[in-house]
Design a protein around this ligand. Structure first.
Ligand code: HEC
Ligand code: HEC
Length: 502
Protein backbone atom coordinates (compact mmCIF):
# COMPACT_ATOMS: atom_id res chain seq x y z
CA UNK A 1 0.00 0.00 0.00
CA UNK A 2 1.16 3.52 -0.61
CA UNK A 3 2.08 5.70 2.32
CA UNK A 4 -0.19 8.60 3.23
CA UNK A 5 -1.11 10.68 0.23
CA UNK A 6 0.78 13.95 0.11
CA UNK A 7 -1.23 17.15 0.03
CA UNK A 8 -1.85 19.25 -3.04
CA UNK A 9 0.81 21.82 -2.29
CA UNK A 10 3.45 19.19 -1.60
CA UNK A 11 2.81 17.57 -4.96
CA UNK A 12 2.77 20.82 -6.85
CA UNK A 13 6.06 21.88 -5.26
CA UNK A 14 7.55 18.51 -6.10
CA UNK A 15 6.35 18.90 -9.66
CA UNK A 16 8.60 21.86 -10.36
CA UNK A 17 9.74 21.93 -13.95
CA UNK A 18 11.81 18.88 -14.83
CA UNK A 19 10.97 16.56 -11.95
CA UNK A 20 9.25 13.35 -10.90
CA UNK A 21 5.91 13.70 -12.68
CA UNK A 22 7.20 15.06 -15.98
CA UNK A 23 7.24 12.39 -18.57
CA UNK A 24 9.67 10.27 -20.52
CA UNK A 25 11.94 10.81 -23.42
CA UNK A 26 10.36 8.83 -26.27
CA UNK A 27 13.04 6.21 -26.83
CA UNK A 28 12.80 4.52 -30.24
CA UNK A 29 11.94 2.04 -31.54
CA UNK A 30 8.83 1.26 -29.56
CA UNK A 31 7.61 -2.29 -30.03
CA UNK A 32 3.88 -2.94 -30.06
CA UNK A 33 2.57 -4.84 -27.09
CA UNK A 34 -0.25 -7.33 -27.35
CA UNK A 35 1.01 -9.26 -30.34
CA UNK A 36 0.66 -12.40 -28.23
CA UNK A 37 -2.80 -11.57 -27.06
CA UNK A 38 -5.65 -12.99 -29.13
CA UNK A 39 -7.83 -10.42 -30.81
CA UNK A 40 -11.06 -10.47 -32.76
CA UNK A 41 -13.34 -13.36 -33.55
CA UNK A 42 -12.04 -14.60 -36.88
CA UNK A 43 -12.06 -18.43 -36.83
CA UNK A 44 -8.42 -18.53 -37.96
CA UNK A 45 -7.48 -16.56 -34.86
CA UNK A 46 -9.24 -19.07 -32.64
CA UNK A 47 -7.62 -22.01 -34.42
CA UNK A 48 -4.15 -20.55 -34.08
CA UNK A 49 -4.95 -19.65 -30.48
CA UNK A 50 -5.93 -23.27 -29.85
CA UNK A 51 -2.68 -24.48 -31.40
CA UNK A 52 -0.72 -22.03 -29.27
CA UNK A 53 -2.50 -23.13 -26.10
CA UNK A 54 -1.97 -26.83 -26.84
CA UNK A 55 1.72 -26.37 -27.68
CA UNK A 56 2.18 -24.32 -24.56
CA UNK A 57 0.48 -26.95 -22.42
CA UNK A 58 2.65 -29.78 -23.81
CA UNK A 59 5.82 -27.71 -23.37
CA UNK A 60 4.83 -26.96 -19.80
CA UNK A 61 4.29 -30.63 -18.99
CA UNK A 62 7.69 -31.45 -20.48
CA UNK A 63 9.33 -28.81 -18.36
CA UNK A 64 7.60 -30.21 -15.27
CA UNK A 65 9.11 -33.65 -15.98
CA UNK A 66 12.46 -32.00 -16.60
CA UNK A 67 12.18 -30.23 -13.28
CA UNK A 68 11.92 -33.63 -11.55
CA UNK A 69 15.33 -34.84 -12.62
CA UNK A 70 16.92 -31.39 -12.70
CA UNK A 71 15.38 -29.48 -9.78
CA UNK A 72 15.33 -25.71 -10.27
CA UNK A 73 15.41 -25.84 -14.06
CA UNK A 74 12.04 -24.09 -14.58
CA UNK A 75 12.71 -21.62 -11.86
CA UNK A 76 16.14 -20.67 -13.17
CA UNK A 77 14.67 -19.85 -16.59
CA UNK A 78 12.24 -17.43 -14.97
CA UNK A 79 14.80 -15.67 -12.77
CA UNK A 80 15.75 -13.08 -15.35
CA UNK A 81 17.77 -9.91 -14.81
CA UNK A 82 16.84 -6.38 -15.86
CA UNK A 83 20.23 -5.90 -17.58
CA UNK A 84 19.27 -8.64 -20.08
CA UNK A 85 16.04 -6.80 -20.83
CA UNK A 86 17.83 -3.46 -21.21
CA UNK A 87 20.42 -4.97 -23.54
CA UNK A 88 17.53 -6.60 -25.48
CA UNK A 89 19.00 -10.04 -25.04
CA UNK A 90 15.48 -10.80 -23.84
CA UNK A 91 13.03 -9.32 -26.35
CA UNK A 92 9.46 -8.27 -25.69
CA UNK A 93 7.63 -11.45 -26.88
CA UNK A 94 9.88 -13.65 -24.72
CA UNK A 95 9.54 -11.23 -21.82
CA UNK A 96 5.74 -11.43 -22.00
CA UNK A 97 5.96 -15.23 -22.12
CA UNK A 98 8.14 -15.29 -19.00
CA UNK A 99 5.69 -12.91 -17.30
CA UNK A 100 2.84 -15.24 -18.23
CA UNK A 101 4.69 -18.17 -16.66
CA UNK A 102 5.48 -16.20 -13.53
CA UNK A 103 1.81 -15.22 -13.28
CA UNK A 104 0.80 -18.91 -13.34
CA UNK A 105 3.79 -20.16 -11.38
CA UNK A 106 3.07 -21.98 -8.14
CA UNK A 107 5.52 -20.43 -5.69
CA UNK A 108 6.96 -22.71 -3.02
CA UNK A 109 8.86 -22.22 0.21
CA UNK A 110 12.07 -22.96 -1.76
CA UNK A 111 11.32 -20.11 -4.18
CA UNK A 112 10.40 -17.64 -1.43
CA UNK A 113 6.68 -18.13 -0.85
CA UNK A 114 5.50 -16.58 2.40
CA UNK A 115 7.62 -15.87 5.42
CA UNK A 116 9.50 -17.59 8.21
CA UNK A 117 8.80 -14.96 10.83
CA UNK A 118 6.73 -17.05 13.26
CA UNK A 119 9.64 -17.54 15.69
CA UNK A 120 10.46 -13.82 15.71
CA UNK A 121 7.11 -12.93 17.29
CA UNK A 122 7.06 -9.85 15.06
CA UNK A 123 3.65 -8.18 14.99
CA UNK A 124 3.08 -9.26 11.39
CA UNK A 125 4.17 -12.86 11.96
CA UNK A 126 1.61 -15.62 11.96
CA UNK A 127 2.12 -18.62 14.19
CA UNK A 128 3.01 -21.28 11.63
CA UNK A 129 6.26 -22.24 9.92
CA UNK A 130 6.96 -20.92 6.39
CA UNK A 131 5.03 -20.18 4.23
CA UNK A 132 2.77 -19.09 7.11
CA UNK A 133 -0.31 -18.82 4.84
CA UNK A 134 -3.39 -17.09 6.22
CA UNK A 135 -6.66 -15.74 4.96
CA UNK A 136 -6.59 -12.33 6.61
CA UNK A 137 -3.78 -9.94 5.70
CA UNK A 138 -1.76 -7.99 8.25
CA UNK A 139 -1.74 -4.28 7.34
CA UNK A 140 0.69 -3.46 4.51
CA UNK A 141 2.70 -6.64 5.14
CA UNK A 142 -0.13 -8.77 3.78
CA UNK A 143 -0.61 -12.55 4.02
CA UNK A 144 0.47 -14.52 2.15
CA UNK A 145 -3.08 -15.46 1.18
CA UNK A 146 -2.25 -17.24 -2.09
CA UNK A 147 0.45 -19.27 -3.83
CA UNK A 148 0.10 -17.94 -7.39
CA UNK A 149 -1.33 -14.89 -9.12
CA UNK A 150 -3.64 -16.89 -11.36
CA UNK A 151 -5.14 -18.57 -8.29
CA UNK A 152 -7.16 -15.39 -7.70
CA UNK A 153 -7.15 -13.84 -11.21
CA UNK A 154 -8.77 -16.53 -13.38
CA UNK A 155 -12.47 -15.75 -14.00
CA UNK A 156 -12.80 -14.83 -17.69
CA UNK A 157 -9.39 -16.34 -18.48
CA UNK A 158 -5.87 -16.03 -17.06
CA UNK A 159 -5.49 -12.46 -15.77
CA UNK A 160 -9.20 -12.30 -14.99
CA UNK A 161 -11.22 -11.69 -11.86
CA UNK A 162 -11.81 -14.06 -8.93
CA UNK A 163 -14.68 -15.91 -7.31
CA UNK A 164 -15.99 -14.75 -3.98
CA UNK A 165 -14.05 -17.56 -2.28
CA UNK A 166 -10.87 -15.95 -3.67
CA UNK A 167 -11.56 -12.70 -1.81
CA UNK A 168 -8.76 -11.05 0.12
CA UNK A 169 -9.18 -9.41 3.50
CA UNK A 170 -6.76 -6.53 3.16
CA UNK A 171 -5.25 -4.23 5.77
CA UNK A 172 -6.46 -6.45 8.63
CA UNK A 173 -4.93 -7.80 11.85
CA UNK A 174 -3.74 -11.05 10.26
CA UNK A 175 -6.37 -13.08 12.03
CA UNK A 176 -10.01 -11.97 12.26
CA UNK A 177 -11.83 -11.50 8.90
CA UNK A 178 -13.89 -8.54 10.14
CA UNK A 179 -10.65 -6.66 10.92
CA UNK A 180 -9.84 -6.59 7.20
CA UNK A 181 -11.52 -4.98 4.21
CA UNK A 182 -13.07 -7.61 1.97
CA UNK A 183 -12.02 -7.33 -1.66
CA UNK A 184 -12.89 -9.40 -4.71
CA UNK A 185 -9.98 -9.91 -7.16
CA UNK A 186 -10.27 -7.51 -10.08
CA UNK A 187 -9.90 -8.42 -13.76
CA UNK A 188 -6.60 -7.17 -15.23
CA UNK A 189 -7.49 -6.99 -18.93
CA UNK A 190 -6.63 -3.68 -20.58
CA UNK A 191 -4.90 -2.43 -17.43
CA UNK A 192 -2.03 -0.82 -19.36
CA UNK A 193 -4.47 1.44 -21.22
CA UNK A 194 -6.06 2.33 -17.91
CA UNK A 195 -2.66 3.31 -16.49
CA UNK A 196 -1.90 5.59 -19.46
CA UNK A 197 -5.34 7.22 -19.25
CA UNK A 198 -4.74 7.87 -15.56
CA UNK A 199 -1.30 9.36 -16.26
CA UNK A 200 -2.67 11.73 -18.89
CA UNK A 201 -5.50 12.81 -16.58
CA UNK A 202 -3.03 13.42 -13.75
CA UNK A 203 -0.84 15.64 -15.95
CA UNK A 204 -3.83 17.61 -17.12
CA UNK A 205 -5.35 18.15 -13.66
CA UNK A 206 -2.01 19.12 -12.16
CA UNK A 207 -1.37 21.61 -14.97
CA UNK A 208 -4.80 23.15 -14.31
CA UNK A 209 -4.01 23.37 -10.60
CA UNK A 210 -0.64 25.04 -11.26
CA UNK A 211 -2.35 27.53 -13.53
CA UNK A 212 -5.04 28.19 -10.91
CA UNK A 213 -2.50 28.69 -8.12
CA UNK A 214 -0.71 31.27 -10.23
CA UNK A 215 -3.68 33.13 -11.63
CA UNK A 216 -6.72 32.84 -9.34
CA UNK A 217 -7.69 36.05 -7.62
CA UNK A 218 -9.50 36.08 -4.25
CA UNK A 219 -13.09 34.91 -4.65
CA UNK A 220 -12.43 33.22 -8.00
CA UNK A 221 -12.58 29.51 -8.71
CA UNK A 222 -11.33 27.26 -11.51
CA UNK A 223 -12.80 24.00 -12.76
CA UNK A 224 -10.72 20.83 -12.74
CA UNK A 225 -11.62 18.68 -15.73
CA UNK A 226 -9.84 16.09 -17.80
CA UNK A 227 -11.07 14.17 -20.83
CA UNK A 228 -14.51 15.64 -20.25
CA UNK A 229 -14.67 14.32 -16.66
CA UNK A 230 -15.21 16.83 -13.87
CA UNK A 231 -13.05 16.62 -10.77
CA UNK A 232 -14.66 19.60 -9.03
CA UNK A 233 -12.88 22.90 -8.62
CA UNK A 234 -10.22 24.91 -6.83
CA UNK A 235 -11.04 28.22 -5.25
CA UNK A 236 -9.16 31.12 -3.75
CA UNK A 237 -11.11 32.42 -0.75
CA UNK A 238 -11.57 36.06 0.13
CA UNK A 239 -8.49 36.01 2.38
CA UNK A 240 -6.36 34.72 -0.50
CA UNK A 241 -6.00 31.12 0.73
CA UNK A 242 -6.35 28.26 -1.73
CA UNK A 243 -9.49 26.26 -0.96
CA UNK A 244 -9.44 22.63 -2.15
CA UNK A 245 -12.74 21.61 -0.54
CA UNK A 246 -14.39 21.57 -3.97
CA UNK A 247 -12.08 18.85 -5.37
CA UNK A 248 -14.13 15.72 -6.22
CA UNK A 249 -13.40 12.07 -6.99
CA UNK A 250 -9.61 12.29 -6.69
CA UNK A 251 -7.13 12.75 -3.84
CA UNK A 252 -5.87 16.26 -3.12
CA UNK A 253 -2.54 15.58 -4.81
CA UNK A 254 -4.63 15.28 -8.02
CA UNK A 255 -2.99 11.97 -8.93
CA UNK A 256 -5.63 9.87 -10.68
CA UNK A 257 -5.24 6.36 -9.28
CA UNK A 258 -7.27 4.11 -11.56
CA UNK A 259 -6.44 0.80 -9.84
CA UNK A 260 -7.90 -0.87 -6.78
CA UNK A 261 -11.62 -0.81 -5.93
CA UNK A 262 -11.09 2.44 -4.09
CA UNK A 263 -8.66 3.95 -6.57
CA UNK A 264 -5.53 3.52 -4.46
CA UNK A 265 -2.80 2.85 -7.06
CA UNK A 266 -1.60 4.46 -10.26
CA UNK A 267 1.04 2.09 -11.61
CA UNK A 268 0.88 -1.52 -12.72
CA UNK A 269 4.52 -2.08 -11.81
CA UNK A 270 3.88 -0.86 -8.27
CA UNK A 271 0.87 -3.18 -8.08
CA UNK A 272 2.98 -6.14 -9.17
CA UNK A 273 5.45 -5.35 -6.37
CA UNK A 274 2.76 -5.01 -3.70
CA UNK A 275 0.79 -8.04 -4.93
CA UNK A 276 3.95 -10.15 -4.76
CA UNK A 277 4.51 -9.00 -1.18
CA UNK A 278 0.95 -8.99 0.13
CA UNK A 279 -0.58 -11.97 -1.68
CA UNK A 280 2.41 -14.30 -2.03
CA UNK A 281 5.03 -13.15 0.47
CA UNK A 282 7.47 -12.82 -2.43
CA UNK A 283 9.71 -9.86 -1.69
CA UNK A 284 10.74 -7.88 -4.74
CA UNK A 285 14.30 -6.66 -4.73
CA UNK A 286 13.11 -3.18 -5.56
CA UNK A 287 10.82 -3.10 -2.51
CA UNK A 288 13.70 -4.06 -0.21
CA UNK A 289 16.09 -1.58 -1.83
CA UNK A 290 13.50 1.18 -1.60
CA UNK A 291 13.86 0.76 2.17
CA UNK A 292 10.22 0.02 2.72
CA UNK A 293 9.52 0.02 6.48
CA UNK A 294 9.88 -3.14 8.58
CA UNK A 295 6.11 -2.97 9.06
CA UNK A 296 5.75 -3.86 5.37
CA UNK A 297 8.81 -6.10 4.93
CA UNK A 298 9.32 -7.96 8.22
CA UNK A 299 12.10 -7.68 10.78
CA UNK A 300 14.42 -10.41 9.46
CA UNK A 301 17.95 -9.97 8.03
CA UNK A 302 18.61 -6.99 5.70
CA UNK A 303 18.60 -8.96 2.44
CA UNK A 304 15.90 -11.39 3.62
CA UNK A 305 13.48 -9.38 5.73
CA UNK A 306 10.79 -12.09 5.73
CA UNK A 307 13.32 -14.53 7.18
CA UNK A 308 12.48 -17.52 4.99
CA UNK A 309 16.07 -18.11 3.93
CA UNK A 310 15.50 -16.95 0.31
CA UNK A 311 17.17 -13.78 -0.98
CA UNK A 312 16.28 -11.85 -4.16
CA UNK A 313 12.87 -13.54 -4.23
CA UNK A 314 11.74 -11.44 -7.21
CA UNK A 315 14.45 -9.73 -9.23
CA UNK A 316 13.86 -6.39 -10.94
CA UNK A 317 13.72 -8.32 -14.23
CA UNK A 318 10.99 -10.65 -12.93
CA UNK A 319 8.86 -7.67 -11.91
CA UNK A 320 9.36 -6.20 -15.40
CA UNK A 321 8.27 -9.51 -16.96
CA UNK A 322 5.09 -9.67 -14.87
CA UNK A 323 4.33 -6.03 -15.68
CA UNK A 324 4.86 -6.65 -19.41
CA UNK A 325 2.56 -9.67 -19.26
CA UNK A 326 -0.21 -7.64 -17.61
CA UNK A 327 0.32 -4.83 -20.13
CA UNK A 328 -0.24 -7.29 -22.99
CA UNK A 329 -3.65 -8.46 -21.73
CA UNK A 330 -6.09 -7.10 -24.28
CA UNK A 331 -9.34 -5.53 -23.11
CA UNK A 332 -12.82 -6.51 -24.14
CA UNK A 333 -14.20 -6.47 -27.61
CA UNK A 334 -17.80 -5.48 -28.01
CA UNK A 335 -20.05 -8.17 -29.41
CA UNK A 336 -22.08 -5.28 -30.73
CA UNK A 337 -20.08 -5.57 -33.91
CA UNK A 338 -20.54 -9.30 -34.32
CA UNK A 339 -24.14 -9.95 -33.29
CA UNK A 340 -26.13 -8.50 -36.20
CA UNK A 341 -29.30 -10.40 -35.21
CA UNK A 342 -29.47 -8.46 -31.99
CA UNK A 343 -28.22 -5.11 -33.22
CA UNK A 344 -31.59 -3.41 -32.68
CA UNK A 345 -31.89 -4.51 -29.04
CA UNK A 346 -28.22 -3.76 -28.40
CA UNK A 347 -28.60 -0.24 -29.77
CA UNK A 348 -31.67 0.19 -27.54
CA UNK A 349 -29.67 -1.07 -24.57
CA UNK A 350 -26.88 1.35 -25.33
CA UNK A 351 -29.42 4.20 -25.39
CA UNK A 352 -30.87 3.09 -22.04
CA UNK A 353 -27.36 3.05 -20.62
CA UNK A 354 -27.21 6.76 -21.49
CA UNK A 355 -30.76 7.75 -20.58
CA UNK A 356 -30.80 5.99 -17.19
CA UNK A 357 -27.62 7.87 -16.24
CA UNK A 358 -25.24 4.89 -16.15
CA UNK A 359 -22.96 6.63 -18.64
CA UNK A 360 -22.55 9.60 -16.27
CA UNK A 361 -20.04 7.49 -14.32
CA UNK A 362 -19.41 4.53 -16.60
CA UNK A 363 -18.22 6.90 -19.36
CA UNK A 364 -18.30 4.75 -22.50
CA UNK A 365 -15.08 6.05 -24.00
CA UNK A 366 -12.10 8.14 -22.99
CA UNK A 367 -9.63 9.58 -25.50
CA UNK A 368 -5.98 8.52 -25.18
CA UNK A 369 -3.46 10.87 -26.75
CA UNK A 370 -0.23 8.97 -26.21
CA UNK A 371 -0.35 5.17 -26.00
CA UNK A 372 3.35 4.76 -25.17
CA UNK A 373 3.98 3.17 -21.77
CA UNK A 374 7.22 2.64 -19.84
CA UNK A 375 7.22 -0.72 -18.09
CA UNK A 376 10.74 -0.84 -16.63
CA UNK A 377 11.93 0.24 -13.19
CA UNK A 378 12.89 3.75 -14.35
CA UNK A 379 12.54 6.15 -17.27
CA UNK A 380 15.60 4.86 -19.08
CA UNK A 381 14.93 1.15 -18.80
CA UNK A 382 13.24 -1.23 -21.18
CA UNK A 383 10.71 -2.06 -22.37
CA UNK A 384 8.90 0.99 -23.68
CA UNK A 385 5.80 -0.21 -25.51
CA UNK A 386 3.12 1.08 -27.83
CA UNK A 387 -0.32 -0.04 -26.67
CA UNK A 388 -2.17 0.73 -29.94
CA UNK A 389 -2.56 -2.95 -30.99
CA UNK A 390 -4.57 -3.61 -27.83
CA UNK A 391 -7.40 -1.58 -29.31
CA UNK A 392 -8.81 -4.07 -31.75
CA UNK A 393 -11.42 -1.83 -33.30
CA UNK A 394 -10.37 -0.91 -36.82
CA UNK A 395 -12.25 2.37 -36.44
CA UNK A 396 -9.68 3.61 -33.94
CA UNK A 397 -6.55 2.42 -35.70
CA UNK A 398 -4.26 5.15 -36.95
CA UNK A 399 -6.40 7.86 -35.33
CA UNK A 400 -5.37 10.25 -32.58
CA UNK A 401 -6.59 10.45 -29.96
CA UNK A 402 -7.31 6.75 -29.64
CA UNK A 403 -10.69 5.89 -28.27
CA UNK A 404 -10.60 3.58 -25.25
CA UNK A 405 -14.03 2.10 -24.65
CA UNK A 406 -13.69 1.17 -21.00
CA UNK A 407 -16.99 2.43 -19.49
CA UNK A 408 -15.43 4.30 -16.60
CA UNK A 409 -14.59 7.89 -15.66
CA UNK A 410 -11.67 6.68 -13.51
CA UNK A 411 -12.84 8.76 -10.55
CA UNK A 412 -14.40 7.98 -7.21
CA UNK A 413 -18.03 8.39 -6.24
CA UNK A 414 -20.05 8.24 -3.05
CA UNK A 415 -22.03 5.00 -3.41
CA UNK A 416 -24.06 5.27 -0.20
CA UNK A 417 -24.33 3.38 3.09
CA UNK A 418 -25.11 -0.12 1.87
CA UNK A 419 -21.90 -0.39 -0.15
CA UNK A 420 -19.79 1.42 2.47
CA UNK A 421 -16.81 -0.26 4.18
CA UNK A 422 -16.51 -0.43 7.95
CA UNK A 423 -13.79 2.25 7.84
CA UNK A 424 -11.83 4.46 5.50
CA UNK A 425 -8.81 3.18 3.55
CA UNK A 426 -5.71 5.28 2.91
CA UNK A 427 -7.64 8.43 3.66
CA UNK A 428 -10.43 7.55 1.21
CA UNK A 429 -13.81 7.66 2.91
CA UNK A 430 -15.89 4.53 3.56
CA UNK A 431 -18.47 5.30 0.91
CA UNK A 432 -16.16 6.26 -1.95
CA UNK A 433 -15.48 3.77 -4.72
CA UNK A 434 -13.76 4.05 -8.08
CA UNK A 435 -16.10 3.53 -11.04
CA UNK A 436 -15.00 0.10 -12.28
CA UNK A 437 -14.56 -0.22 -16.05
CA UNK A 438 -17.33 -2.39 -17.47
CA UNK A 439 -15.45 -3.74 -20.49
CA UNK A 440 -15.53 -7.52 -20.33
CA UNK A 441 -18.16 -7.30 -17.57
CA UNK A 442 -20.16 -10.29 -18.84
CA UNK A 443 -17.28 -12.64 -18.08
CA UNK A 444 -15.90 -11.29 -14.78
CA UNK A 445 -18.55 -11.98 -12.14
CA UNK A 446 -19.22 -11.96 -9.26
CA UNK A 447 -19.51 -8.18 -9.02
CA UNK A 448 -18.85 -5.21 -6.71
CA UNK A 449 -15.87 -4.67 -4.43
CA UNK A 450 -16.57 -7.64 -2.18
CA UNK A 451 -18.13 -9.84 -4.86
CA UNK A 452 -21.53 -9.68 -3.16
CA UNK A 453 -23.49 -9.51 -6.45
CA UNK A 454 -23.79 -12.81 -8.26
CA UNK A 455 -25.16 -11.26 -11.44
CA UNK A 456 -25.20 -7.93 -13.22
CA UNK A 457 -28.74 -7.03 -12.17
CA UNK A 458 -27.96 -7.48 -8.46
CA UNK A 459 -24.92 -5.25 -8.96
CA UNK A 460 -27.08 -2.50 -10.47
CA UNK A 461 -29.71 -2.78 -7.73
CA UNK A 462 -27.03 -2.44 -5.04
CA UNK A 463 -26.03 1.03 -6.35
CA UNK A 464 -26.77 3.87 -3.92
CA UNK A 465 -25.50 7.35 -3.04
CA UNK A 466 -24.71 9.36 -6.18
CA UNK A 467 -26.01 6.45 -8.27
CA UNK A 468 -29.43 6.27 -6.54
CA UNK A 469 -31.27 8.07 -9.35
CA UNK A 470 -29.85 5.74 -12.01
CA UNK A 471 -30.59 2.70 -9.86
CA UNK A 472 -34.18 3.79 -9.22
CA UNK A 473 -34.75 4.60 -12.87
CA UNK A 474 -33.58 1.08 -13.72
CA UNK A 475 -35.68 -0.55 -10.99
CA UNK A 476 -38.84 1.21 -12.20
CA UNK A 477 -38.61 -0.26 -15.69
CA UNK A 478 -40.74 -3.27 -16.62
CA UNK A 479 -38.65 -6.40 -17.04
CA UNK A 480 -39.22 -6.39 -20.80
CA UNK A 481 -38.21 -2.72 -21.05
CA UNK A 482 -34.94 -3.15 -19.22
CA UNK A 483 -33.99 -6.29 -21.12
CA UNK A 484 -32.06 -4.45 -23.87
CA UNK A 485 -29.84 -2.90 -21.16
CA UNK A 486 -28.94 -6.29 -19.71
CA UNK A 487 -28.36 -7.58 -23.22
CA UNK A 488 -26.07 -4.66 -23.95
CA UNK A 489 -24.07 -5.25 -20.74
CA UNK A 490 -23.85 -8.93 -21.64
CA UNK A 491 -22.32 -7.89 -24.97
CA UNK A 492 -19.36 -6.33 -23.16
CA UNK A 493 -17.33 -9.47 -23.34
CA UNK A 494 -13.80 -10.76 -23.39
CA UNK A 495 -12.23 -11.56 -26.75
CA UNK A 496 -12.56 -15.24 -27.61
CA UNK A 497 -9.62 -17.12 -26.26
CA UNK A 498 -8.54 -20.67 -25.69
CA UNK A 499 -7.22 -21.41 -22.24
CA UNK A 500 -6.68 -24.56 -20.29
CA UNK A 501 -7.99 -24.24 -16.79
CA UNK A 502 -5.08 -23.27 -14.56
C1 HEC B 1 -5.35 -14.13 -2.77
C2 HEC B 1 -5.85 -13.53 -3.97
C3 HEC B 1 -4.93 -12.75 -4.87
C4 HEC B 1 -3.71 -13.14 -5.38
C5 HEC B 1 -2.95 -14.42 -5.09
C6 HEC B 1 -3.29 -12.08 -6.24
N1 HEC B 1 -4.22 -11.09 -6.29
FE1 HEC B 1 -4.16 -9.41 -7.44
N2 HEC B 1 -5.85 -8.73 -6.56
C7 HEC B 1 -6.56 -9.40 -5.59
C8 HEC B 1 -7.60 -8.54 -5.07
C9 HEC B 1 -8.59 -8.88 -3.98
C10 HEC B 1 -7.49 -7.31 -5.78
C11 HEC B 1 -8.32 -6.03 -5.55
C12 HEC B 1 -7.63 -5.27 -4.45
C13 HEC B 1 -8.21 -3.90 -4.20
O1 HEC B 1 -9.00 -3.42 -4.97
O2 HEC B 1 -7.85 -3.29 -3.21
C14 HEC B 1 -6.38 -7.48 -6.70
C15 HEC B 1 -5.96 -6.49 -7.57
C16 HEC B 1 -4.87 -6.61 -8.43
C17 HEC B 1 -4.46 -5.61 -9.37
C18 HEC B 1 -5.16 -4.27 -9.60
C19 HEC B 1 -6.21 -4.39 -10.67
C20 HEC B 1 -7.11 -3.18 -10.79
O3 HEC B 1 -7.57 -2.89 -11.91
O4 HEC B 1 -7.38 -2.54 -9.79
C21 HEC B 1 -3.35 -6.09 -10.01
C22 HEC B 1 -2.56 -5.42 -11.12
C23 HEC B 1 -3.07 -7.40 -9.46
N3 HEC B 1 -4.02 -7.69 -8.51
C24 HEC B 1 -2.02 -8.20 -9.84
C25 HEC B 1 -1.67 -9.38 -9.18
C26 HEC B 1 -0.43 -10.09 -9.42
C27 HEC B 1 0.65 -9.68 -10.41
C28 HEC B 1 -0.44 -11.16 -8.58
C29 HEC B 1 0.67 -12.17 -8.36
C30 HEC B 1 1.95 -11.60 -7.97
C31 HEC B 1 -1.69 -11.12 -7.84
N4 HEC B 1 -2.40 -10.02 -8.23
C32 HEC B 1 -2.08 -12.08 -6.92
C33 HEC B 1 -6.35 -10.69 -5.16
C34 HEC B 1 -5.22 -11.45 -5.44
C1 HEC C 1 -22.54 7.64 -9.50
C2 HEC C 1 -21.75 6.81 -10.40
C3 HEC C 1 -22.39 5.57 -10.97
C4 HEC C 1 -23.57 5.46 -11.69
C5 HEC C 1 -24.54 6.56 -12.07
C6 HEC C 1 -23.68 4.06 -12.04
N1 HEC C 1 -22.62 3.35 -11.54
FE1 HEC C 1 -22.30 1.37 -11.77
N2 HEC C 1 -20.77 1.46 -10.43
C7 HEC C 1 -20.27 2.62 -9.87
C8 HEC C 1 -19.31 2.28 -8.85
C9 HEC C 1 -18.51 3.26 -8.02
C10 HEC C 1 -19.28 0.88 -8.79
C11 HEC C 1 -18.46 0.01 -7.81
C12 HEC C 1 -19.19 -0.09 -6.49
C13 HEC C 1 -18.64 -1.14 -5.54
O1 HEC C 1 -17.88 -2.00 -5.95
O2 HEC C 1 -18.99 -1.11 -4.36
C14 HEC C 1 -20.19 0.40 -9.84
C15 HEC C 1 -20.36 -0.94 -10.18
C16 HEC C 1 -21.12 -1.37 -11.26
C17 HEC C 1 -21.15 -2.73 -11.75
C18 HEC C 1 -20.32 -3.89 -11.21
C19 HEC C 1 -18.93 -3.83 -11.81
C20 HEC C 1 -17.96 -4.85 -11.29
O3 HEC C 1 -16.90 -5.03 -11.91
O4 HEC C 1 -18.19 -5.46 -10.24
C21 HEC C 1 -22.04 -2.75 -12.79
C22 HEC C 1 -22.41 -3.96 -13.64
C23 HEC C 1 -22.55 -1.42 -12.94
N3 HEC C 1 -21.96 -0.60 -12.00
C24 HEC C 1 -23.50 -1.04 -13.88
C25 HEC C 1 -24.18 0.17 -13.83
C26 HEC C 1 -25.39 0.45 -14.57
C27 HEC C 1 -26.05 -0.48 -15.54
C28 HEC C 1 -25.76 1.73 -14.23
C29 HEC C 1 -27.00 2.47 -14.64
C30 HEC C 1 -28.26 1.87 -14.25
C31 HEC C 1 -24.75 2.24 -13.29
N4 HEC C 1 -23.84 1.26 -13.06
C32 HEC C 1 -24.74 3.51 -12.76
C33 HEC C 1 -20.65 3.91 -10.20
C34 HEC C 1 -21.82 4.23 -10.88
Amino acid sequence: MTPRLPGLLFCLLALGSGSACTRRSTAQPIPPVGNLAPRGFAPTDIASEARRAITEKIAKRERQFHELYEPGSIWNELRIEQRDIDSRRIQLPRLIEIGRELFSNDFSVETGLGNGLAASKAPMAGSRPAPNLRHVQYRSFGGPDGTRCVGCHHVGGVGGAGFRADNSFVDGDGDVPTSGLERNPRPLFGAALVQRLGEEMTSELQAQARHAIKNLRPGESAALTSKGISFGSLKRDKSGRLDSSGVRGVSLDLIVRPFGWKGTESSLRQLVVTSLQQNLGIQAEELIHRHAPAEQLGNGPKEDPDADGVKREATVGMVTALTAYLAALSPSSEDLLVAPNFSLQLARGQKLFQSLGCADCHTPELPLEDPVLHLGPDENSQPVVDLTPLLASSATRGKRPLSVRLYSDLRRHNMGDDLADSRSQQGISRKQWLTPPLWGISSTGPYLHDGRAGDIESAILAHGGEASAARNAYAQLQVADSEPLRMFLLSLNRPAQVEFKP
